[in-house]
Write a protein that binds this ligand. Structure first.
Ligand code: ZN
Length: 267
């Protein structure tokens, strides 16, 4: 069992890489301070639970999402402003919703030693980074955005909307991160395709949930669709979804489901 012979080296690496990521996150203001602290703790715990795979998948994903977050930052900020409740640095709830599913699967691997749970843990991280590629690049793109359920055109950036650029970015980033994790050598060729495929499937589930159960509002003044509860200084009107399901809930849920699907594929 992994907990009977803990490898300390990945934990030391996590401490070192974590310190660098903390510096990067604070310098580039991609995370708030509580979010940065929780990301650091999560990185170290995933190194404890899932060894080299845990450190590498989190580090690579964090660096890649930070880099993609810097692409056309001003344009994205302008487009996100009327759409999302929180714009700018990611908060602690966002970080926990994105990383907690990975820790759950990794801790099962740690306790039982079943390889598939280590893969599932990596899958949730890969699906998360693929989702941030899709949304961060999709929102600055110019092509058509349609609802994944109705195929009708929706405002760019709305949850549940998909674009060609966003979908391609999700697929390519899934494959790229899966290849890096595979290169670490703890996960075999079966793990590679399960990670690449289910990472991407996770983004599709995210869009499906985003289009269906996630709450969305319409501005009572300008009539625009938004995920905000206020717009044009007025309260907005809910047009769809469950009132307690926001983007964070959808993210966490889609990652858990993606991990579960990868277990089915792997086992
Ligand atoms: Zn408005």
């Amino acid at each position: 069992m992994p907990y009977e012979n803990i490898n300390l080296i990945p934990i030391y690496i996590a401490l070192g890489v974590g310190a660098l990521l903390v510096a990067l996150a604070l310098w580039k203001k991609v995370l708030t301070i509580p979010a940065t602290v929780s990301a650091f703790i999560i990185l170290v715990l995933s190194a404890l639970f899932a060894g080299y795979t845990g450190v590498v998948v989190f580090s690579v994903s964090f660096v890649l999402s930070a880099i993609v977050g810097l692409v056309k930052r001003e344009k994205r900020k302008a487009r996100e402003e009327g759409l999302y409740p929180h714009v700018g640095a990611r908060g602690i709830v966002q970080v926990l919703c994105n990383a907690f599913p990975a820790l759950v699967y990794a801790s099962v691997y740690f306790a039982l030693g079943i390889e598939a749970f280590k893969v599932a843990s990596a899958v949730t991280v890969i699906a998360g980074v693929a989702d941030s590629f899709a949304s961060d690049l999709g929102i600055v793109g110019e092509g058509k955005v349609v609802s994944i359920i109705t195929f009708k055109e929706v405002p760019r950036g709305m949850s549940g909307g998909v674009s060609l650029l966003g979908t391609l970015s999700a697929l390519l980033s899934s494959i790229a991160v899966a290849l890096v994790v595979f290169a670490v050598g703890e996960v075999g060729i079966k793990g590679l395709w399960v990670m690449a495929l289910t990472g991407f499937i996770g983004t599709i589930i995210d869009s499906l949930l985003g289009a269906s159960i996630q709450r969305a509002y319409r501005c009572s003044k300008c009539g625009k669709l938004t995920e905000r509860q206020t717009h044009c200084d007025m309260p907005t009107i809910k047009v769809k979804g469950c009132k307690w399901v926001d983007n964070n809930v959808v993210n966490a849920l889609s990652l858990v489901v993606a991990g579960a699907i990868s277990l089915l594929f792997y086992l």
